[in-house]
Ligand binder design. Structure first.
Ligand code: ATP
Length: 376
């Protein structure tokens, strides 16, 4: 367990105020999540020491980085920073960019070497390329490597995938997921993309209008949050956690055990037994009173109605379901609720098309052991 980052920060702009007090976990990836303009980048900049208007307190373990209006300069705070635009030196090679970071590194003791960074991010094949000639995903890998070589005790990432297309995102996400375990440092990860929260993060700190509105584990916090404000009604859904039970390589399907119920989803590249999170949007779930026959839909889960929430002034209602401990949401028409005679406590069958699942489901990193500890 690494040191906790404790913040109690205020920033006042003419038209915006940030006021945040939080004890960030000393391990894993914490999502700083919220709508555009809620203050995510301002908070990250305040932690790093780039925000002149910040007042309050920032401390990592016993080390105070800011107190009142006085703070350590950014390069003395032991943070690595990864931006959306990578800010590499375009005219230098990848090797040149990494060497530069290595030379300017602080003296903090870290448990990994230059070679660990290079192999952990697969950077060797890129060494002789100029940074200006890399793809967006490759540039981000190099930018992460550069941040790690500064020997940080904490890594701050500000929407590192926002500029990438879906395929490139999927390519780089596994590298990010491994960072806390592989390099032994906590990550604070700014995003407003819910798939990145679901696939990469262990916890959420949700911000709205400069204040924290929810904190906690990913699945439960997403369920509590009113995502409408962040993602729009259409994206409402749940995050299910399960284990890979088996994969049919020929059919490109993976069966995921949700603890009694099984889902069939597009193939996930991961070993049997691996833990995965799956986001299911409410609009992708239909309901039936009894198990239908002769359907193409692969996923039919026995469920029980926990709550019915008609949306005022709309054709739709949201149905909250229990599927053996975990929850599911279905967005169906109010007319259907009436015709089916749905009521609280009633057993139903929830239908989910396999195509409804996000493509980039990633097995969660293993919780025990740090990869580089064994090498030392
Ligand atoms: N230097 C500044 N002077 C005045 N107002 C600022 C300054 N920097 C940011 N703001 C305002 O503070 C608010 C929060 O900005 P911030 O960039 O932290 O939001 P964000 O959550 O990171 O948004 P996004 O997801 O769009 O990047 C915004 O209303 C922004 O206009």
């Amino acid at each position: 367990m690494m040191d906790h980052l404790n913040v109690d920060i205020r920033v006042r702009y003419p038209a915006f105020e940030l006021d945040v007090a939080h004890d960030f976990a000393g391990e894993g990836i914490t999502a700083l999540f919220g709508p555009s303009g809620c203050g995510k980048s301002t908070l990250l900049r305040s932690i790093a020491g780039f925000e002149r208007a910040a007042t309050g307190r920032v401390a990592l373990g016993g080390e105070v980085w800011m107190e009142g209006r006085r703070g350590l300069a950014p390069h003395r705070r032991g943070v690595g920073y990864v931006f959306q635009d990578t800010r590499l030196f375009p005219h230098l090679t990848v090797r040149g960019n990494l060497d530069y970071a290595q030379k300017r590194a602080g003296r903090a003791a870290v448990r990994y070497s230059f070679d660990d960074v290079v192999s952990g991010l697969d950077l060797a094949p890129l060494f002789d390329r100029r940074a200006g000639q890399l793809s967006g995903g490759e540039r981000q890998r190099v930018a992460i490597g550069r941040a790690l070589l500064a020997r940080p005790r904490l890594l701050l990432m500000d929407e590192p995938l926002a500029a990438l297309d879906t395929r490139r995102k999927a390519g780089i996400m596994p590298y990010i997921a491994r960072l806390p375990q592989a390099f032994g440092l906590p990550v604070i990860y700014v995003t407003h993309a819910i798939e990145e929260v679901t696939q990469l993060c262990d916890r959420i700190v949700a911000l709205a209008a400069g204040r924290i509105v929810a904190t906690g584990g990913v699945a439960e916090t997403l369920e509590r949050l009113d995502l409408g404000e962040i993602q729009g009604r259409f994206e409402a859904g749940v995050v299910l956690e399960g284990r890979i039970a088996a994969t049919d390589a020929e059919m490109h399907l993976t069966r995921v055990d949700l603890g009694g119920r099984t889902l069939e989803v597009p193939q996930i590249l991961g070993a049997d037994g691996g833990v995965v999170r799956l986001r299911v949007r409410a609009r992708d779930v239909s309901l039936a009173r009894t198990r239908p026959e002769g359907l193409s839909i692969r996923n039919m889960l026995e469920a029980r109605v926990l709550a019915l929430e008609p949306e005022a002034g709309s054709a739709f209602a949201e149905v909250l379901l229990d599927i053996g401990g975990q929850h599911l949401r279905a967005r169906i028409t109010r007319a259907a609720v009436q015709e089916m005679g749905l009521a609280q406590g009633q057993p139903v069958v929830a239908l989910i098309k396999s195509v409804a699942f996000d493509r980039q489901a990633l097995p969660r990193p293993l919780r025990r052991g740090r990869e580089f500890d064994q090498a030392r």
